[in-house]
Structure formats: structure tokens, C-alpha cells
Ligand binder design. Structure first.
Ligand code: MLC
Ligand code: AMP
Length: 497
């Protein structure tokens, strides 16, 4: 059987034919038939560059129709798509290229990374890759792929500071897409508002895949603008977003019950949705946001029900084909209602970290259980509530930031003795990055100096919103820095007590 995810889409594209697939705010954009052809034209160009099945293609481009066509082209020819956040600096991109050894780097602008062949893809049809694709005959074949073959590598940072590439197979992506499509009750006339970036699981897989399977229209926006989204709600039925989308929408008086009257479903994920946001949204619009939970390594894991109670502060139940267990630090199951670390198993769980068997072995347990690092409580009826994280991770506006990586950059700044990077509550981003810095004696380290020194090295969204210079970091009896004490001290830096 052909396990290529594109074959699954191709059948739906054929049925959807002349329906608009991806449209801009004015309703203009390719129909499914055209998107299919475009993907096949991009595939021809990739083949011309010598890209073969299994080759990686690293992609750092703005969100656009061309970027989607490029992703679909990679699937078609069996190449492995490696998307990068557009905020990453050249130094960060260098690392991903060195690690993944791509056959091709597709960039939004002229750039040079090692000896990797590079081609430019801009947002409109004037850039090189676009014009070459437009001038090409469509590549007719879809490369046969087994369900276990890789479709994408998504980099996720790690507690060691270096990013690891999560290897996702065609089978991983197909199973999750089919499950979500069914579970969230997609209807033939559904129209999705897509304002997420397409370099992460949420925007690329969860949102796009369900709609490509559904064969109905996606309003494909370059970025999230709350007023634009509110104006488009009457033309849409579904929206997916991170919690920051919902708090920003609530900040607009134009968000009203009438404005959201045509909507069927609002979905939130990637970071905790505050129960107060859930309630405020229901009060304002009459809609109960459906919160789901997932991660790069496993796609979607749990979801609140479409029909049934959507309980604020919980992420619902295991997806139908996903197994969960909650374990203590001795790898023993904890009783219902007690906190423990969530482990997950199922067709959605990734194939391991790219060229990193040690890390892969560390995160798996016998029987194919993947350790999420999220601390949860599971009720007797199976509902999951996320109560914390065993991994040292900050989530700001839905982007994951690993403190270790920031600490390494800050520690390298002149005069810095050591640093501790923490996440503190932030009204817009959920959490914001704060660096607490101990300086060498009389070094005269300042907030501005630290920020200036790391600016080139780290993507803007990872850079601390505040740098606080102190005499010494608090330590426990074992000599370990007490991040929890720091979080407590600085908890109201951005929010009123
Ligand atoms: C932008 N900035 C951020 C940021 N996004 N800083 C911290 N965290 C973020 N998430 C920076 C900008 O560089 C800018 O810097 C400043 O903050 C203000 O930018 P803005 O104009 O307010 O940001 P905006 O462009 O509006 O972006 C905010 C956002 C965006 C929330 C719309 O971050 C976003 O789309 N987030 C979604 C992330 C996502 O898709 N996550 C899914 C991961 S998948 P300056 O220079 O102006 O100070 C996953 C699995 C799962 O986790 O379960 O889904
Ligand atoms: P990423 O590695 O970027 O895919 O991020 C995955 C992590 O985001 C998970 O391990 C969780 O810690 C967090 N996450 C995702 N969805 C939710 C949610 N609905 N509530 C709380 N945390 C979430």
C-alpha cells in the first residue's frame, strides 16, 4: 500500500476540484486542482535540483501559498521537509543546516550557509523558485513511500540547549490528521481561519492537514491580526489558535456574539489556556473554546470533546487511537487524580530524534512509550489536566523556549558569572522570558549590555523581556539554583498581584 501522505490528500483534492483551497482575506487563491498542479510543478523543480526521496530540504520562508506548495512538493517526491521559524538568526540556521545536512536550503532571501545549495522563495510569484515552478511541467508521479518513511523533521529545543530534530513519518502525520478530522466533526462547508505560522505542528499539520483532508476552503492569513480575524469570522466556521490569539481577540470590542455567530468551533492549543480566558470568551461570544494538547514529537495527544463537556483548565481525553499512562519518578503508575508524568503511545508518536539515538533512548520506555515531560493529573474517567512541566521549558505566545539555550548565551556575555532564565506570567504571551544574572565582582553588567550582546545570537522571541542583575543566585543545600524561588520573586514583573 502507498503510505505517502500526499496520496491521501490527492484523493481529496480530486474530489474538491474547483473549490477554493487557500484564499486570502479578499477570497482570492488557488482551487484544489490548481494547488495539486502547483505542488507537482514545485516537485519538478526540486527534482531538477537533484532532490531524491529521503533528502532533507530545510525551509525558512514567509508564510505563503508558495510555501504550502513547496511542502506538498516535498511530500510528493518523498523528500523530508524541515521547516524553520522565520525568526531564527543566521547563526541558528547554520546549526540546523549542519545537523540535518539538506540537499537544498530554501530561503526567503539570498543567503549562504556552508556549501548547501540555496534557492529563494518569496511571498509572491516573482522569486526564483516560484518562477521556475510556474515555468515547469508538473511532475506526474507521487513517490511511493512506506508509512514509516520520514515526511518531516521538526526541530525542538532541548534541556541540553541544542535543538533535536523530531523525525515524523508519513504514517504519523496521516493517522493524526485522519483522527482529528473525524473527532472535530469537519463538515463539507467548513471554512477555517488560518493565522498561525506554518513552521510548527499547530499551523502546518493540525490546521492545514485537517483542511486538506476536508477539501474545503482555508482563509490563509500571513499573520495573526485580531481585527482582521474578527472581520473574517462571518465568512468562517472554524478557527485554531494559541491562547495569545484568544486574549488578543478579547481585547477588541469588535469581538461580539454577533461577530462570531457563523462560527462552529474555536480550538486552542500549544500552551495552557487560562480558565478565565475560556470563561470570558464564552461570555462574550457564546462559544466554549475546545482545548486540545499535543507536542512536536507526538502531534495531537488529547482533546476536549466536540460533543460533551469542554472543561476549562483541562485538555480532555486521549485521542481514540492514542494510549496514555501517568507515571511517577520510579516508573510506577500513579492513582487517578494524583500528579505524574504523562507517557504516550500510538501511531502519532515520532520515530526518534534525528541522528541522536542516545536522546531517543532516553525519552522512550519499553513498549514504545514516549515520555512527554508534562506533569498531569488524570481523573477516573480519563480526563487530563496539565499541572506542570518536568522539563525546564518556557512557552511564550505558543513558542517553546528552552532556558538552557538562553543561559548559555547570557553566560558568554562579558562580566557575567552565571545566569538563571525563568518564565514568569505575562498577560499577553502567557509566559515571558526573564534572565536573572549574577555578575563577576565590579563587572558593571547592565540589562542593556546583556541584551545587546545576545541580539545576534538568539531569535528575538527567545530574548529575555527583562534582565535582572543580582549579587548572587539563590541556591538550595545541594548547591542547585532555585528557579522556583526566582519565579516566585519575579512573578509580578508583568502582571499585577
Ligand atoms: C513575537 N515576538 C514574540 C513572540 N512572537 N516574543 C515572545 N514570544 C512570542 N511568541 C516578538 C516579536 O519578535 C516582537 O519583537 C515582539 O515580540 C512583539 O511582536 P508582536 O507584533 O506582538 O508579535 P506578533 O507578530 O503579533 O506575534 C505574536 C503571536 C505569534 C502570538 C501572534 O508569536 C504567533 O503566531 N504565535 C503562534 C506560535 C505557534 O504557532 N505555536 C505552535 C507551536 S506547535 P520586538 O522586536 O518588536 O520587540 C506546538 C504543539 C501544539 O506547540 O500542541 O500545538
Ligand atoms: P512543542 O514541543 O513546541 O510541540 O510544545 C509541546 C508542549 O507544549 C507540550 O509538551 C506542553 O508542555 C505544551 N502544550 C501544548 N498544548 C498545551 C495545552 N493545551 N495546555 C498546556 N500545555 C500545552
Amino acid at each position: 500500500m502507498d503510505g505517502n501522505l500526499y496520496s491521501l490528500f490527492a484523493r481529496r483534492f480530486a474530489a474538491a476540484g474547483d473549490r477554493p483551497a487557500l484564499v486570502d482575506a479578499n477570497g482570492a487563491g488557488p482551487a484544489f486542482r490548481e494547488l495539486d498542479t502547483l505542488a507537482a510543478q514545485f516537485a519538478t523543480v526540486l527534482a531538477l535540483y537533484g532532490v531524491k526521496p529521503g533528502d532533507r530540504i530545510v525551509v525558512q520562508v514567509e508564510k505563503s501559498i508558495g510555501a504550502v506548495a513547496l511542502y506538498l512538493a516535498c511530500l510528493r517526491i518523498g523528500a523530508v521537509f524541515v521547516p524553520l521559524n522565520t525568526a531564527y538568526t543566521p547563526a541558528e540556521v547554520d546549526y540546523f543546516i549542519a545537523d540535518s545536512e539538506p540537499a537544498l536550503f530554501v530561503s526567503r532571501k539570498e543567503s549562504k550557509h556552508r556549501d548547501t545549495p540555496t534557492i529563494v522563495l518569496g511571498v509572491d510569484e516573482t522569486s526564483l523558485l516560484w518562477s521556475q515552478a510556474r515555468a515547469s511541467e508538473p511532475l506526474p508521479d507521487i513517490a511511493p513511500r512506506a508509512a514509516d518513511d520520514l515526511a518531516a523533521i521538526l526541530y525542538t529545543s532541548g534541556t541540553t540547549g541544542r535543538s533535536k530534530g523530531a523525525m515524523l513519518s508519513h504514517g504519523n502525520l496521516a493517522s493524526n490528521a485522519l483522527t482529528l478530522h473525524r473527532l472535530w466533526g469537519f463538515e463539507p462547508e467548513d471554512v477555517l481561519i488560518h493565522a498561525l505560522p506554518i513552521f510548527h505542528v499547530h499551523g502546518l499539520f493540525v490546521a492545514l492537514h485537517t483542511m486538506l483532508l476536508n477539501g474545503s476552503t482555508t482563509i490563509f492569513l500571513p499573520k495573526f491580526d485580531p481585527n482582521e480575524v474578527i472581520a473574517l469570522l462571518p465568512r468562517a466556521t472554524v478557527m485554531m489558535g494559541v491562547p495569545t490569539f484568544y486574549t488578543r481577540l478579547l481585547a477588541e470590542p469588535a469581538l461580539t456574539r454577533a461577530a462570531a455567530a457563523n462560527m462552529r468551533l474555536f480550538i486552542s492549543g500549544s500552551a495552557p489556556l487560562l480558565a478565565e480566558t475560556h470563561r470570558a470568551f464564552e461570555e462574550r461570544t457564546g462559544h466554549r473554546i475546545l482545548e486540545r494538547y499535543g507536542m512536536t514529537e507526538a502531534g495531537m495527544i488529547t482533546s476536549n470533546p466536540l460533543d460533551g463537556a469542554r472543561v476549562p483548565g483541562t485538555v480532555g481525553f486521549a485521542l481514540p487511537d492514542v494510549d496514555l499512562r501517568v507515571m511517577d519518578e520510579h516508573e510506577q503508575p500513579v492513582p487517578a487524580g494524583e500528579p505524574g508524568i504523562l507517557q504516550v503511545r500510538g501511531p502519532n508518536v515520532f520515530k526518534g530524534y534525528w541522528r541522536n539515538p542516545e536522546k531517543t533512548a532516553e525519552e522512550f520506555r519499553d513498549g514504545g512509550w514516549f515520555v512527554t515531560g508534562d506533569i498531569v493529573r488524570q481523573s477516573a474517567d480519563g480526563r487530563i489536566e496539565i499541572v506542570g512541566r518536568a522539563k525546564d521549558l518556557i512557552i511564550a505566545g505558543g513558542f517553546n523556549i528552552y532556558p538552557k539555550e538562553i543561559e548559555e548565551a547570557v553566560d558568554a556575555v562579558d562580566g557575567v558569572e552565571e545566569s538563571a532564565v525563568i518564565g514568569v506570567p505575562h498577560p499577553d504571551l502567557g509566559e515571558a522570558v526573564v534572565a536573572v544574572v549574577a555578575q563577576r565582582k565590579d563587572a558593571g553588567v547592565t540589562e542593556a549590555a546583556v541584551l545587546a550582546a545576545i541580539a545576534e545570537r538568539l531569535a528575538r522571541f527567545k530574548q529575555p523581556r527583562r534582565v535582572i542583575v543580582v549579587e548572587a543566585l539563590p541556591r538550595n543545600a545541594m548547591g542547585k539554583v532555585q528557579k522556583s524561588a526566582l519565579r516566585q520573586t519575579y512573578q509580578h514583573l508583568f502582571s499585577a498581584p
